[in-house]
Design a protein around this ligand. Structure first.
Ligand SMILES: [Zn+2]
Length: 199
């Protein structure tokens, strides 16, 4: 049987090179302490995932530009690692494509944030489906709830998020992956570990 942990490691190295980014241990990054203790978030361009204190450091992966700050529980679970890394690589790409505009829109405009997050979740979910064979429709609700509580979305932004995620789901179920990081991840898996495919 294929060792998923070993696969995740090589996959991680590939994605880091492909998207010109780095996975950093969040618990030992001093700049994350600064954020966790309430340092001005807006100064960190492209920060994704906003929470508080310990939660922020142990439960959420945060991408700032091309640095992906990932807590240990996310790094240690190979399936979670692959899914989250793919999601975060989509954010890295968004930042590379529109730089400061991305950072600004992400922080200031709920609608833009919803679109960026929907694309990133779609990337992660596509890989999850490839590896596990299932797409859980309840997950859309879960993602929308997470977005609403993290970002204080208005009702219309939440329904936009739901609409976008549903349309991504329809594509994913038809084997079409709209998010670039999701396509890259799946094409690497197809090439290197076709035996892992469940969907
Ligand atoms: Zn995200």
């Amino acid at each position: 049987m294929t060792d998923l942990k070993a696969v995740a490691k090589v996959f991680g190295a590939y994605m880091e090179e492909r998207f010109d980014c780095a996975v950093v241990a969040k618990e030992s990054a001093p700049e994350m302490d600064a954020i966790a203790t309430g340092f001005d978030l807006a100064r960190f361009f492209g920060a994704t995932g906003v929470a508080k204190g310990d939660d922020f450091k142990s439960r959420f992966t945060t991408t700032v530009g091309s640095r992906i700050y990932m807590p240990k529980p996310h790094r240690d679970d190979p399936l979670l690692f692959i899914e989250i890394l793919t999601h975060e690589c989509q954010h890295v790409l968004q930042f590379q494509e529109s730089g400061l505009k991305f950072a600004w829109l992400y922080l200031a405009e709920a609608e833009a944030r919803v679109k960026y997050e929907a694309d990133a979740y779609a990337a992660g979910l596509a890989v999850e489906r490839w590896l596990t064979g299932h797409t859980d429709d309840n997950k859309i609700e879960w993602v929308v709830d997470a977005l609403v509580s993290s970002y204080h979305l208005r009702a219309e932004d939440a329904s936009l998020a739901e609409k976008m995620l549903k349309s991504h789901y329809v594509s994913i179920k038809n084997g079409i992956v709209m998010s670039k990081a999701g396509r890259e991840a799946i094409s690497w898996l197809e090439t290197n570990h076709p035996e892992l495919k469940r969907a």
